[in-house]
Write a protein that binds this ligand. Structure first.
Ligand code: 13P
Ligand code: SF4
Length: 370
């Protein structure tokens, strides 16, 4: 019985590999038909079989900037849902943004929704005794839904990414005394700490508790109110992993993404976005050693591209973004072939009022110096 099951699994696996190999040719053929009507944007965490087709590869910030400049009628986004939404918001009315697999979401973005944020806003007003928009600048991490970006836009706030969070916080504090930062507590805390804010002035808002589980005094004394959200990939890196690397390789450089927990970031040598991580490894000396705390596809790509350096994942376990991974070459082939046949599948849309306010927030972000 066991043999029957394992050979069925093997056959399915082999079929999938064959289909993925065939998809590579299908993608090439469809692109020949489509020519410059389509541009493919890809995030660094995408698998090699997909990212090889990206006309532009970048981190969330670079992709939003590049997305806004695309001339093509169709943008196929090899990333996750919030990235495709941002491309719609920043794009032209006559452009269409396509996500090859609609299941490619982000578990962190799902940790904050508009209803929860609106009810937090009402509770903050209750405690502060004033319209929160007079006291608090809301900042949403790029990894959030379009309606949260719109909320932020409407309330005088901005979007940030992992590569400009400090600039966004500085901008926000120049507007008002407090910041409401969602959904990634770690990016907010790590950035605030590096700006010299004491931990007791960065309080954690639990959306499942009345008043975020905070006392009036904690809310009044806070400079940053951090949403209790996190990245399920980056939270897998632990401070013990850093200790282990340092014990076995005292000359290792620890390079991590700011979505990692503060306990990891505090022990690291270098902290930055995916684009920063790539630049650090590219510019490193031959023979240098790097333990990298970010998604495994990017770490493996860096390892393969730099055989003269030692590049490994900080974690002994594979930290995979399973939602990014949902975009397969087969999905890419399907949407491109349909497009070549005149059919648009998986278009991403954002209602006009949300788009307008979310664009305000994204435009503010793009205007903040990095
Ligand atoms: P960046 O590419 O902006 O560093 O973001 C990492 C990430 O988690 C994207 O979802
Ligand atoms: Fe979301 Fe984390 Fe995946 Fe980025 S790596 S898409 S934040 S789950």
């Amino acid at each position: 019985m066991e043999n029957v099951i394992s050979s069925a699994v093997m056959t399915d696996h082999e079929t999938l590999i064959e289909q993925e190999q065939a998809a590579i040719e299908r993608i090439r053929a469809a692109r020949r038909v489509l020519g410059d009507q389509v541009v493919i944007l890809g995030h660094h965490y995408q698998r090699d079989e997909v990212i090889q087709f990206a006309d532009f590869q970048g981190d969330s910030y670079q992709l939003s900037r590049e997305g806004a400049k695309v001339a093509a009628k169709y943008i196929v986004f090899a990333g996750v849902h919030f990235m495709a939404e941002s491309a719609v918001i920043l794009g032209r009315d006559d452009q269409t943004v396509i996500l090859p697999n609609m299941q490619a979401g982000c578990s962190m973005a799902d940790m904050a929704n508009l209803e929860q944020v609106l009810s937090a806003w009402v509770e903050l007003e209750d405690v502060l005794g004033d319209n929160p928009a007079n006291i608090i600048t809301p900042i949403t991490y790029m990894n959030s839904t379009a309606d949260l970006k719109a909320f932020v836009g409407e309330n005088g706030g901005t979007v940030c990414t992992s590569s400009n969070a400090r600039g966004a916080l500085e901008w926000a504090f120049a507007q008002r005394e407090k910041v409401f930062f969602f959904p990634d507590q770690h990016l907010g805390r790590n950035t605030g700490k590096r700006m010299g804010l004491p931990l007791e002035q960065m309080v954690l808002w639990n959306p499942f508790k009345p008043y975020g589980g905070l006392t009036d005094g904690q809310i009044r004394g806070a400079r940053i109110i951090l949403w209790q959200g996190h990245c399920s990939v980056h939270q897998q890196f632990r401070p013990e992993h850093v200790d282990l690397w340092r014990r076995h390789h005292p000359d290792v450089h620890i390079l991590v993404h700011p979505e990692c927990a503060m306990e990891v970031v505090d022990k690291a040598d270098y902290i930055g976005s995916t684009a920063y991580i790539i630049k650090m490894v590219e510019n490193a000396l031959p023979g240098s050693k790097w333990a990298v705390g970010t998604e495994i596809h990017l770490v493996n790509r860096l390892k393969n591209a730099h055989p003269d350096k030692m590049v490994e994942s900080l974690s002994p376990f594979s930290c995979l973004c399973s939602t990014m991974y949902r975009i397969s070459p087969i999905d890419l082939a399907n949407v491109l072939e349909n497009l070549a046949a005149g059919r648009v599948v998986n278009p991403i849309t954002v209602p006009p009022d949300i788009r307008r306010n979310a664009k305000l927030a994204l435009d503010r972000m793009l205007a903040i110096p990095k």
